[in-house]
Ligand binder design. Sequence first.
Ligand code: CP
Length: 303
Amino acid sequence: MPNLLTIDDLSNAAIEAILQKASYYKTQLLAHHQKSQHLQNRVVTNLFFEPSTRTLNSFQLAESFQDMVTLAPHLASSALTKGESIYDTLLTMQAMGSELFVIRHKDDDLLNQIEQWQLQAPVINAGCGQTAHPTQALIDLNVILSRFDALDDVVVAIVGDIKHSRVAQSQIKLLTQWGVKNIRTVGPASLQNASPHTSVTHYDNLQQGLNGADVVIRLRLQKERLGEQLALDMDDFVQSFCITPKTITYAKNDAIVLHPGPCIVGEDFSTEFMTHPQNMILSQVAVSVPTRMACIDFALNCL
Ligand code: CP
């Protein structure tokens, strides 16, 4: 069974199949309050070692609408607190019948370890360190494709903390793989990193970075991941890179604005921008459940 740890696990055919299946779930099942039956009573274990609202709850809903049995060990009262390793916990849950794991963790190296463990049950990465958050990137691609048929000429500006963001790494990889040729990362130099993709250009000025953009993605400052001392004046950063009804006019008139959440109001978006018509943040949340249902099908070879 295939893991879904990074975008590298997905061929374009698999991405296409996930998007099509997500569309089917949204329009044919969820719109009619119906469940899918083909994974009925299959067991999935959610292990979230970091906080989450969107990813955890949308996976729980996705599993429920797939009619699966969800196990969610309470980590603070699990055998992990007695010294059991994550590997032994996974083997234990697998022996209990778990056929799929959905894992969020802060440790970037966990993805390599999962590859080496070669579990029988596949693993879906629900956000790992600064490395990857592939299902969020699929959700964002789904929203972008709901507005644009082809992405060859679409200009995407990703604004904020690119360097510490697992979402940014997965978005850049997925959008590039899907044919986007012009991706701009917009923010101060201390929050950017060198990209291996020729599709990516860095900007340190919001007006220049947003000029001509069709899609603007704002990412929050990953305060929990700032290992190094960051030379960042927060007031200046917010003044320079906050998306407001005024600063969004730097982009194209019909640009859409995404944010994977959690959105820090007053830093990422101004209060006024939270209800702005170009703000797609709740559309992203709405499409997360059918998209994650399709990701579960991918991992269980049921697309
Ligand atoms: N986008 C995202 O991962 O949000 P949560 O941390 O709420 O899951």
